[in-house]
Design a protein around this ligand. Structure first.
Ligand code: PMP
Length: 447
């Protein structure tokens, strides 16, 4: 029954959205994308400052990706991936292993980030089971971590917002207090940090060693949990501790892989090769859904046997290894290679970091400006001096996001954190414009 709210016309139920907000703020009706810009039906342009949920690397409608996908579309759009393979998947596996850390030698495809995490958790446990240790079925995860929203992934989510409402539906794994570099309980600053907080992880590994299959983390940046950044030394310690305990190190690089943190993969900065690396988002340059898990010979060998019924890894999705998505990923990795993207990004990353620091330095509500590679985040508090956040009912971050939209930037907030994670093709002039829009929007809302 129509009640004037407009709810009866809302056919589409959008993700991560309080649908009632659409009474006052209908979704922006997007028409097309070009480079770093999104254009709505009225022709208004928005800088895609968060790369459309962190997936876009080389701009919308990138001609090199478009060409490759178009060519593939009329050749082979999809095929069952059990018992068959195809050129884009073969090329992609080769390209992925060529850029991954040495030691990662096998590629298992899935079709979205959460499912890559599911696959890694299942593979980790099943490899132990196949080797005669069925009791190794538990995982450690960090508070504030986020690994996706399917049931298995929620079991390792330390981010309360997403996991808590569904608790009766999943098996909760074991939470370990994660690094909190903004309010370090050890009284350290980022400069004086000696990763004392790793003691909690050491203790948890020790306490649960017998039943543990592995530890899952988002390397360097806990993105959905608030762009919380921590040093590579933590990962180096984690690699040592998991090796000593004979358990797996699972790196969820879904958000941070493919250059986001400055290096191709975040774990490289710690010199730590994980046993599993989950990849998605940027893998296709933001074109099509695809994910994969990279793992080692040791894990692969634990499943190598005579029968499907005995020891094979039974995990499949209809669109596993989709040829179009693999073709988009091949084109993306080719851009990395041909344009020497990681080296070329260095100057642009520095420019972005300085532009944001320069604009926000004098703002009295800034608790911290932090950056790791392309990810620059500004955390806003009502009173940073007293460590007092804004009342969440004030919807401060949301109002800043709305203000930025009116100015032509898609700066979707994470709570009261304004963050920048743009496509790598943004120019210095566009970075300046984006930073101006951000500070003007913050001023409009906070005075
Ligand atoms: N892991 C991490 C670190 C993520 O950031 C995300 C998505 N934001 C996921 C897993 C889940 O990926 P997807 O949304 O494709 O399921």
């Amino acid at each position: 029954m129509a009640d004037g709210s407009g709810r009866e016309s809302m056919r589409i139920w959008h993700p991560c959205t309080q649908m009632k907000d659409h009474e006052a703020y209908p979704p922006v009706f997007m028409d097309r994308g070009q480079g770093i810009y999104l254009y709505d039906r009225e022709g208004n342009a928005y800088i895609d400052a968060i790369s459309s949920w962190w997936v876009n690397l080389f701009g919308h409608a990138n001609p090199r990706i478009v060409e490759r996908v178009t060519e593939q579309l009329s050749r082979l759009e999809h095929v069952i991936f059990a018992g068959a393979t195809h050129a884009p998947a073969e090329e992609l596996a080769e390209r992925l292993l060529a850029v991954a850390m040495p030691g990662l030698s096998r590629v298992f495809f899935a079709d979205n980030g959460s499912c890559a995490v599911e696959a890694a958790l299942k593979m980790s446990h099943a490899s132990f089971r196949n080797l005669g240790h069925p009791e190794k079925c538990r995982f450690l995860f960090l508070s504030n971590g986020y690994h996706g929203e399917t049931a298995g992934a929620l079991g390792v989510c330390g981010d309360r917002l997403y996991a808590a409402p569904f608790k009766p539906l999943f098996i909760e794994q074991i939470e370990v207090p994660g690094p909190d570099c903004l309010a370090c309980p050890h009284g350290r600053t980022r400069e004086t940090c000696d990763t004392e907080c790793f003691a909690a992880m050491e203790a948890a590994i020790d306490a649960h060693k017998a039943e543990l299959a592995g530890v899952i983390v988002e390397p360097l940046v806990q993105c959905a949990g608030g762009m919380r950044m921590y040093p590579p030394a933590y990962l180096a310690k984690l690699r040592r501790a998991t090796t000593e305990a004979g358990i797996h190190f699972i790196a969820d690089e879904i958000a941070v892989g493919f250059g986001r943190t400055g290096s191709m993969f975040a774990c490289e900065q710690a010199g730590a090769t994980p046993d599993f690396m989950c990849l998605s988002k940027g893998i296709t340059g933001g074109t099509l859904p695809l994910s994969c898990v990279l793992t080692t010979d040791a894990v692969f060998d634990a499943f190598y046997h005579d029968y499907v019924e005995d020891k094979a890894f039974l995990h499949s999705h209809s669109y596993t290894g989709n040829p179009l998505a693999c073709a988009a990923a091949c084109a993306t990795l080719r851009i990395f290679e041909e344009d020497d993207v990681i080296a070329a990004n260095v100057a642009r990353i520095a420019y972005l970091q300085e532009a944001v620091r320069g604009r926000f330095a004098g703002c009295k509500h800034v608790a911290e400006i932090r950056n790791t590679g392309w990810i620059t985040a500004v955390e806003l508090y009502a009173d940073p001096g007293r460590g007092e956040p804004f009342d969440w009912r004030s919807r401060t971050g949301f109002r800043i996001y709305r203000a930025a939209l009116r100015r032509g930037a898609w700066l979707r907030n994470l709570g009261d954190i304004v963050y920048f994670m743009p496509p790598y093709v943004i120019t210095n002039e566009e970075i300046d414009r984006l930073a101006d829009i951000a500070i003007d929007s913050v001023r409009e809302v906070l005075g």
